[in-house]
Ligand binder design. Structure first.
Ligand code: CA2
Length: 191
């Protein structure tokens, strides 16, 4: 590629917890080199306001930041030879596009949709079109909270749900993906 040509895919960055131009790859296999086959990528998606974690409502969401949680997931994923990409956005369409871009590229999606959990049918439809396992993840246990949080429109297209374990859920989600992708397992029983 000539030096003045833009790369086929823009450089992937997440700035200040918001989606700028695509997912940030925050983990890679330690022995991965340029000649190696691509490592299995797990896309972690974070919905609106999750960039505020650690700043408010610690009694519900804890004191750790989103970056802390993604670091936890990245370390757990690396134990299983997987890399983590992370996209946080306050915009529904950006999250939908991130799901589209994960098709055929990421092996699994872990999604904490934030409040979109409870009403985003476009995220539901996008996740339904993703071929690999989808893990729905919540820090809190929405069913123990206000009635409007009791319904999730993501659950019907999720392989499974992890909720109520605080930041530990991020490690559990990476472990769940590794277990679901283990040879001989069927990641999604409906496919
Ligand atoms: O428990 C979870 O992980 C949630 O997905 C978090 C969402 C909430 O709407 C869901 O019902 C459950 C809220 C994310 C916003 O987090 C904030 C953190 C600090 C300050 C304000 C919001």
């Amino acid at each position: 590629m000539a030096p003045h040509e833009p790369p086929a895919r823009p450089e992937l960055t997440v700035v200040a917890g918001s989606l700028e131009s695509g997912p940030e790859r925050v983990g890679r296999r330690p022995d991965e080199g340029p000649e190696d086959l691509p490592v299995a990528v797990v896309l972690f998606l974070s919905g609106p306001n999750l960039s505020l974690l650690g700043q408010r409502q610690p009694e519900i969401y804890g004191r750790d930041t989103l970056a802390d949680h993604i670091a936890t997931a990245t370390a757990a994923a690396a134990e299983h030879g997987m890399a983590v990409e992370h996209v946080q956005s306050d915009y529904e369409g950006a999250l939908v596009e991130a799901v589209h871009e994960a098709r055929g590229r990421a092996v699994a999606i872990v999604v904490n949709p934030g409040a979109l959990t409870h009403y985003s049918w476009s995220l539901h439809d996008a996740l339904a079109a993703f071929d690999g396992p989808v893990v729905e993840l919540h820090l809190s246990q929405p069913r123990r909270r206000e009635a409007w949080r009791h319904q999730s429109v993501v659950t019907p297209v999720a392989t499974g749900v992890i909720a109520g374990f605080g930041g530990e859920g991020y490690r559990l989600a990476a472990e769940a993906v590794a277990a679901l992708l283990r040879p001989g397992r069927h990641a999604r029983s409906d496919r």
